[in-house]
Design a protein around this ligand. Structure first.
Ligand SMILES: O=c1ccn([C@@H]2O[C@H](COP(=O)(O)O)[C@@H](O)[C@H]2O)c(=O)[nH]1
Length: 274
């Protein structure tokens, strides 16, 4: 099954556009695990088990594992997700971008080593830095377009040229991902929930591409405005929330609290479809 098919299947089955982000930070773990990087797998597996029937996808962010030398725990977690929730796609948030020969190695890491269903990529180095990922048939790749952080303005909201009417950088990226870069229909775009007007613009330029939309929860993005701007019946959106769900409680009940927060967020997103 392709990534897109998995995404649409999980959306239907769970009535969900919510992606739970797995950004484990041991200093925020509950008392019995606190500051113990060896517990990263246990913490994340508890979150996965508590929320798997509520999500369209999971999104581990690789930096939170690598920073603690916990890549082996990420491998175990990927295996755990495949075994316990095989119908839920996993997007490895790695934001890779490098020359083709190095990109081939990153692609092997993402798809062969970790077995992810999709990855996040930076478009900054151009198509030859994206192409190696597209050789993995059926896998997905989300290209950064209009990111959720304010610094995204530095490049993404600049005009490509001083000619009136020329596209902004993020519009150009959306056009490329929707057009000549999308050789096998594997691409999606990353757009921040903190910028609903830009989500709407990206949706107009890329009417059916899946959008990965981080920024609800801890970053304060508007969940309802996000759905109205980005969701269409034939175009899935994957709305990520990490910290607000992972750390909904700092007590021993953290997994139950994460489930409650995930359920609440899923329901708010679903209701916004109208
Ligand atoms: O534009 C972007 C792209 C990626 N991210 C990632 O999403 C999560 C957000 O975490 P929260 O705790 O829900 O704020 C995190 O892994 C980021 O690296 C993003 O925030 N914005």
């Amino acid at each position: 099954m392709t990534f897109i098919e998995m995404l649409k299947g999980a959306e239907r089955r769970h009535g969900s556009m919510l992606c739970v982000g797995l950004d484990p930070e041991p200093s925020r773990f509950p008392a019995q695990m606190k500051d113990d990087a060896a517990k990263i797998y246990d913490f994340c597996a508890r979150i996965v088990d508590a929320t798997a029937d509520l999500v369209i996808a999971f999104k581990p962010q690789i930096a939170y594992f690598a920073a603690h030398r916990a890549e082996d725990q990420l491998e175990r977690l990927m295996k755990h997700m495949r075994e316990t929730a095989p119908h839920v796609p996993v997007i490895l948030d790695a934001k890779r971008g490098d020359i083709g020969s190095t990109a081939q190695q990153y692609a092997r890491e993402v798809f062969d080593r970790y077995g992810a269903d999709a990855v996040t990529l930076s478009p900054f180095m151009g198509f030859d830095s994206i192409e190696p990922y597209l050789k993995y048939e059926g896998k997905g790749a989300f290209v950064l377009c209009r990111t959720s952080n304010p610094g995204g303005d530095d490049f993404q909201s600049q005009r490509l040229s001083s000619v009136e009417g020329s596209p902004l950088m993020y519009e150009h990226i959306a056009q490329l991902a929707n057009g000549r870069w999308n050789t096998n229909g594997q691409l999606g775009l990353v757009v921040g929930a903190t910028y609903p007007a830009e989500i709407e613009r990206v949706r107009a330029l890329a009417p059916t591409l899946p959008l990965l939309i981080p920024g609800v929860g801890a970053q304060g993005g508007d969940a309802v405005a996000t759905v109205k701007a980005g969701w269409r019946p034939d175009a899935p959106i994957v709305v990520n929330s990490s910290r607000a769900i992972l750390y909904a409680s700092s007590g021993a009940d953290f997994a139950d609290a994460a489930r409650r927060e995930a359920q609440k967020t899923r329901d708010v997103l679903a209701a916004a479809k109208g």
